[in-house]
Design a protein around this ligand. Structure first.
Ligand SMILES: Nc1ncnc2c1ncn2[C@@H]1O[C@H](COP(=O)(O)OP(=O)(O)OP(=O)(O)O)[C@@H](O)[C@H]1O
Ligand SMILES: [Mg+2]
Length: 236
């Protein structure tokens, strides 16, 4: 039996004045898989994330999560439905500790949140730094912190915008292990990443954007050999 995709983006277009940042883009994500979203700078990857998570209002098209329309919802409503995301530019609170950075996003009983936060910090081996100000952590550690903060609310779909950028090789291995670990728990992950080794290694299916349009979709081996993709990356 074919189960319904967890996320369906259908014909989404987003314009900024004369620029069409996302152009009739359609993607379908099955539950429990890792997907890559790649494309040259300015090809619309972050804007598509913003349209999915309610930060930008799409001009055309539909976004469905678990079968229900989410285009038109506010970011906090999208988050509550079960979609978490990280940002391309780090958004941790430097003057709060690592632990506090996780606790600020939670609702409900404090003790349970604290236990979950400590468990997540252990998950990415930041537990010994839990009382350190986030501003004192290395760039890579801050990226890991932001990554686990998304997990505090236990989202079913996780959108990661360049999680590996600027992360050193040791921390990168932890991040990759954490991402595949989430997939093994049944989470669905869509990852924007410029590091081809990372994105090709993680993803089962890759979507390629160019000038806001999806120009290719398929497994890494097929994408690497796709003439339009090579042209988009190297042909100009
Ligand atoms: N708020 C905005 N106002 C006007 N134009 C925007 C805005 N956000 C994005 N754009 C434009 O939309 C296009 C897509 O940008 P976007 O940031 O989505 O690309 P990207 O694929 O994430 O790029 P990068 O790989 O550099 O992060 C670009 O031409 C960009 O200049
Ligand atoms: Mg971007």
């Amino acid at each position: 039996m074919q189960t319904r995709p967890i996320l369906e983006v259908s014909g989404v277009t987003k314009r900024f004045g004369g620029v069409t940042a996302v152009n009739r883009c359609s993607l379908s994500l099955a539950r429990g898989k890792i997907y890559g979203l790649i494309g040259p700078n300015g090809s619309g990857k972050t804007t598509l994330f913003n349209c999915i998570t309610g930060l930008e209002r799409r001009d055309e098209g539909e976004v469905r999560f678990k079968g229900g329309r989410i285009d038109g919802l506010k970011p906090h409503q999208v988050a509550r439905r079960g979609i978490g995301r990280t940002f391309q530019i780090i958004r941790v609170f430097p003057e709060l500790t690592a632990l506090e950075n996780l606790l600020v996003v939670t609702q409900g009983p404090f003790e349970a949140a604290r236990r979950r936060a400590e468990e997540l910090l252990r998950f990415v081996t930041l537990d010994r730094l839990q009382n350190e100000y986030a501003g004192n952590l290395s760039y890579g550690q801050q990226k890991l912190l932001e990554f686990v903060r998304v997990l505090m609310t236990d989202p079913e779909l996780i959108l990661l915008d360049e999680p590996a950028a600027g992360v050193n090789p040791t921390l990168l291995n932890e991040l990759l292990a954490a991402i595949t670990g989430l997939r093994d728990q049944g989470k669905t992950i869509l990852i924007v990443e410029h590091d081809m080794k990372v994105v090709m290694g993680l993803s089962e299916t890759i979507f390629v954007l160019d000038y806001g349009e999806k120009i290719a979709e398929g497994p890494p081996g097929v994408i690497q050999a796709d003439a339009r993709v090579i042209e988009a990356y190297f042909g100009r």
